[in-house]
Design a protein. Sequence first.
Length: 220
Amino acid sequence: MSKAKLNVIQAELERTRLIAPFNGIVAEINGEIGEFVTPSPVGIPTPPAVDLMDISCLYVSAPIDEVDAPRIRVAMRANISLDAISGEVFAGTVKRIAPYVLEIEKQARTVAVEVDFVCQQGCKNMLPGYSADIEVILDEQDETLRIPTEAIMEGNQVLVFTADKLLEQREITTGLNNWEWTQVIEGLSQGDEVVVSVEREGVEHGVAATRANGADDDQQ
C-alpha cells in the first residue's frame, strides 16, 4: 500500500472520531452508526451528535428582573434553594451576568445570572436540570427590626394586633427585604404583633381579633 493511500485512509478514519473537549458523562446520543453528521447551517440549530455533561462543577442559571439586575455584581454572595432538596439552602457566588436583556413573550424582561455553588462537594448527589431559586445578597443589616414579608399589604400597610385586641392598620417604611423577611425602618416598634394571615376573610382594620395557634411566631 502506497504512503499516499495510507494517508488518505488515516484522514478518513480521523473524520469518524469525535473528541470531547472535556471529561464528562454521555447524557444522550442523537446519531446512529453510519449516519453522517454535518455542522449546523447558519441560523438553524441542530441537535449535537452527543450530549456530554460535566457534573463536577454545577451552577445555577436564573432570570433576574431587569429592574433588579443593575444592582447585581460578579462575586456577590447568593443563596441557592432547590425544589428537590427542600429545607436546605446552599451558599453561592455570582459568576456571570449576561450583557443583554431577554425579552420572552408573555414574560417580564429579564437578565440571565449564573451562580456557582461555593462548596462543590455538596453537589455530589445533585442532578443537572434541577429547578432552583437564587437570592443574591445585596446588603446585610444586623440587629434590625423585621417582619414576615407576607404580612405587608399594598401600599406598605400592615395590620397590628393591639392591646385592646383590635386590628389596627399602619403604614410602614421598609428597607432590605427578601421572600421571607422585610426590614422595618419606621412605623413599628419592637414587640408589636403583626398579622400574617392578611388574606383571610374578615381580617381588616378595626375588627376584634384573637391570636391563632402559633401566632406568637408572627411577632418579630
